[in-house]
Design a protein around this ligand. Structure first.
Ligand code: ZN
Length: 274
């Protein structure tokens, strides 16, 4: 069983080709041709003779419908779906150029980067089925993934490869402010490392703190404490201790998101070290 840690839920369907016979070496983003939630899309796949490995909602949440070890019924091509992980993305608006939300786009970038990392390939968009980033329209008379995503396939490959190269797409001001911009950047880092599956929205709540705690636990800095999503004194002390190991944070361990600590986090984010 192989499911990305970025998925916040699984809604399994029996609609798939069975176990893959090819190694995963492609990703195929689709659009839902509607603004379905991940639950709504999962419900469709219970009935309609269709499926995808993942779905992404306009809120940025990710669901798994078909385990990565199985080929999904998505792209009208066994050849493609036997070697591709397929992702249905909700449209934030029906019609027009069928756009997707910024949150969905970020989750798409993070999910693609996570898949590429785990299977050891980069994204290349060649405009035909030879690339590692393919589209439904290459295999059938369909507009899928819609004009908006179709126009951004090369951009998607670029952003995903930048994540793989450890680059950040925009640096933070080192201002020590624990503001929405900084919180979003840290959520993005946690998502890229597979700890966080929620929206990149700057709302640093239960899931964000849980991701911090899990990362700290993996790095040996949070043993003996509960993974409870509570961003309180002990969690922040552990985070400060962990950050002190980098040499970037040299102030007192206060257990609070104070200015010097936030500055250290901003610096580490910009350096791709968070
Ligand atoms: Zn499609």
């Amino acid at each position: 069983m192989t499911i990305s840690k970025l998925a916040c839920k699984t809604i399994p369907t029996s609609h798939h080709y069975g176990r893959r016979t090819a190694k995963v070496c492609k990703i195929t983003p689709h659009h839902m041709a509607g603004n379905l939630t991940i639950e709504g899309c999962g419900a469709v796949f219970q009935n309609r003779e269709a499926s995808s490995n993942y779905g992404i909602g306009t809120d940025g949440r990710i669901a798994c419908y078909v385990d990565e070890d199985y080929g999904a019924w998505t792209s009208s091509s066994y050849w493609n779906d036997n070697q591709a992980i397929t992702i249905e993305v909700a449209n934030s608006q029906a019609g027009g150029d069928w756009p997707v939300s910024d949150a969905a786009w970020k989750s798409l970038v993070n999910l693609c980067a996570d898949i590429c990392k785990r299977y050891g390939f980069r994204l290349s968009y060649t405009g035909d089925r030879g690339g590692s980033l393919t589209e439904h329209r290459m295999f059938d008379a369909t507009a899928c993934p819609g004009p908006y995503l179709h126009a951004r396939m090369a951009q998607l490959a670029k952003e995903v490869n930048a994540v793989l190269d450890g680059g950040s797409t925009g640096g933070l001001d080192i201002n020590g402010k624990w503001d929405a911009t900084t919180k979003k950047a840290i959520q993005g880092d946690l998502a890229a490392q597979g700890y966080y599956g929620g929206g990149i929205d700057g709302d640093f709540g239960y899931w964000s703190w849980k991701a911090v705690q899990e990362k700290l636990a993996d790095e040996g800095q949070y043993s003996g404490f509960n993974i409870d999503g509570d961003g309180g004194y002990y969690t922040i002390c552990a985070w400060q201790l962990n950050t002190a190991c980098t040499g970037v944070f040299t102030s007192k361990i206060t257990g609070a998101m104070d200015e010097t600590f936030v500055k250290a986090l901003q610096r580490l984010h910009n350096e791709g070290r968070l």
